[in-house]
Design a binder for this molecule. Structure first.
Ligand SMILES: Nc1ncnc2c1ncn2[C@@H]1O[C@H](COP(=O)(O)OP(=O)(O)OP(=O)(O)O)[C@@H](O)[C@H]1O
Ligand SMILES: [Mg+2]
Length: 575
């Protein structure tokens, strides 16, 4: 069997920014402008210390003009800086939000078009977490921290330039006392941070996956009293998540040691600065500049150390998101690589009506045991066939292969003589459509659910198809096309959802319709309505019904019997 592409539990975080670059490229201009404004803002902030130093020296030297000048410039600077700060924040937030928006759209698009094999190999919760909370984390990082990072780093660099400009000796003393211990503390933090945050994200994803599934299996949990076992499993995962969170906090706490180092650096500055002033080597104003600017220095360092945590989290989130994008890309590419190069993009050579056939069809799910072992069948135009077999005999699998939703591991499915792999997705969907065993619906109205087909049908088209299939009464009883169907169609029974599925299929107007009849006990009235609707399909449409109900089988002129993934019998009913 083909190995399914899988998501990484702890994806590679190296060079994550470089890998994200293609997603930043469309927003390059906006990002550069925002960055420039941010840098100007930091420069204005750093310029305050030298101006105050200048004012101090002017004051001590009785230089009135110098004092007025310094105060005037300080005032002007304050106003300009206010404007720059606001503009920088807005511009960066806007650019960042657009980047996140692009990523979010790519995620949804990729997930929606990912091969079934990929989607079925992952927990829905895990996929959801990657697309919702990971993107949300990234958005909040952009909103709250990205600007801080840029302004902090810029402030740090500008401050160092100022300090060395005033007195390189004093600057060296200060850095010597402050930087090495701070670096040691940060290194200690960073050594454990990736593992701690990565572990935390993985543990939380596992909890989220189980959490989501609690609702999915709610009936089983309540009716089969499976709750204690489920809670044990959830409890285990929860305990792992709590442990991972505590570890992350312990690692984060290491950074608090930096304040101690700051105190020591300030003491050293005052001692050495005071001594230098008394020797006449520097002015009092210079010491004032150092005191003010070293606040910038400390603040930048502690800000950076706090931001490191956020950056780490954002890196983890971004890496997981990029992993999802690249995995879905690979899964899709893998599927398309199976598509032969001479595919006809607009499907001109593929007739709109034609025979559907399969030959030597083999397919295996994850564990590698074939659930279909060489199925050969053909369905001429207008054929009406029932496929029957015990549960697990491979009927649903066959139906998905016949519609090209799975790519066969061996053998081929052909429509009008053309391998499905050579027909583009959009052309294929105009020819073969599946009404699955369990029709999925979105929250909203009946019409919302019917519009989910490719042709984006008009209201009139929907009404016409409803009438053609004799379903107007049924729709009226539901409350019309604008009736709400409840959360994910919860107000409708499985059989009724299949009628919606059938309507969707009829709107797509395919040559071949494959209906995987719901096994859930459909009430006889709904079943009959469904069968009538099927009869209403035009005669040149091939109909393949995976049938569970004897009444359905009796209505079909031909029946194929499947057993353990093999065709064991084909028979024609005398009509
Ligand atoms: N997504 C999947 N992953 C792994 N194994 C699967 C998956 N879907 C089906 N199978 C296995 O493949 C075999 C055939 O399943 P399939 O759903 O095709 O049977 P079926 O004939 O449709 O059964 P039913 O009558 O209950 O609908 C079964 O053994 C099933 O356990
Ligand atoms: Mg089935």
């Amino acid at each position: 069997m083909a190995e399914p592409v899988l998501l990484n539990d702890q994806p590679d975080e190296r060079r994550v920014l470089r890998r994200a670059a293609p997603h930043l490229r469309p927003h390059r201009r906006a990002l550069i402008i925002a960055l420039t404004v941010g840098l100007a803002d930091s420069a204005a902030l750093v310029a305050v210390a030298p101006l105050v130093g200048r004012a101090t020296d002017a004051l001590l030297g009785d230089d009135r003009a110098g004092l007025l000048w310094a105060v005037g410039v300080l005032l002007a600077l304050a106003v300009v800086q206010l404007g720059l700060a606001r503009a920088g924040e807005l511009l960066l937030a806007k650019a960042g939000e657009n980047v996140v928006r692009g990523l979010r759209e790519r995620c949804v698009e990729n997930l929606a078009s990912a091969p079934l094999r990929f989607l079925e190999s992952h927990h829905t919760g895990e996929l959801l977490r990657r697309t919702t909370s990971e993107v949300a984390d990234l958005a909040s990082f952009v909103r709250m921290h990205l600007r801080n990072i840029i302004s902090t780093v810029a402030t740090l660099v500008f401050t160092l330039v100022v300090l060395f400009g005033y007195s390189w000796q004093l600057a060296l003393v200060q850095l010597a006392v402050f930087v090495p211990p701070t670096m040691l503390v940060m290194r200690w933090f960073q050594r454990s941070a990736p593992g701690a945050y990565g572990g935390k994200a993985a543990a939380e994803a596992a909890v989220a996956a189980t959490f989501t599934e609690t609702l999915v299996v709610r009936e089983a949990l309540q009716s089969a009293r499976g709750l204690p076992g489920w809670m044990r499993r959830f409890g285990r995962e929860n305990a792992v998540a709590v442990g991972a969170a505590r570890r992350a906090i312990r690692v984060e706490n290491r950074i608090d040691l930096v304040s101690l180092v700051e105190g020591m650096a300030m003491v050293a500055l005052l001692l050495v600065g005071g001594w230098s002033v008394s020797r006449g080597a520097i002015s009092v104003g210079t010491v004032v500049v150092f005191i003010l600017a070293s606040r910038n220095l400390f603040d930048s360092f502690s800000e950076i150390s706090q931001l490191v945590g956020h950056v780490q989290k954002a890196r983890t989130g971004l890496a997981r998101l990029l992993d999802l994008l690249s995995a879905t890309d690979r899964a899709l590419a893998g599927q398309e690589a199976a598509v032969v190069a001479q595919r006809s993009p607009d499907g001109h050579e593929v007739p709109l009506r034609g025979e559907l056939s399969c030959e030597g069809l083999g397919y295996a799910y994850r564990d590698g045991t074939e659930v279909l072992g060489g199925v050969t069948l053909s369905f001429p135009v207008g054929d009406r066939v029932g496929v029957v077999g015990e549960t697990g005999s491979g009927k649903t699998t066959l139906s998905k292969l016949l519609c090209g939703l799975y790519t066969p591991d061996r053998g081929a499915v052909r429509f009008g003589g053309v391998d499905l792999r050579e027909i583009s997705e959009s052309e294929l969907r105009r020819r073969v459509v599946l009404v699955p065993q369990e029709v999925r619906m979105v929250t909203g109205t009946v019409a919302d659910n019917l519009e989910l087909v490719r042709s984006a049908p008009t209201r009139a088209a929907i009404e016409r198809v409803v009438e053609e299939l004799g379903l107007d009464d049924w729709i009226r009883n539901l409350g019309g096309l604008d009736a709400e169907v409840g959360v994910r169609g919860g107000r409708l029974s499985a059989g009724e959802r299949q009628i919606i599925g059938l309507l969707r299929a009829a709107l797509a107007d395919p040559a071949v319709l494959v209906l995987d009849e719901a096994t859930a006990d459909i009430d006889p009235v709904t079943a009959e309505r469904l069968e009538h609707a099927l009869d209403g399909m035009s005669a040149d449409r091939t109909l393949i019904v995976i049938a569970h109900r004897p009444a359905t089988i009796a209505r079909l002129p031909r029946v194929v019997v499947l057993e353990n993934g093999r065709v064991v019998k084909q028979m024609a009913h005398a009509r």
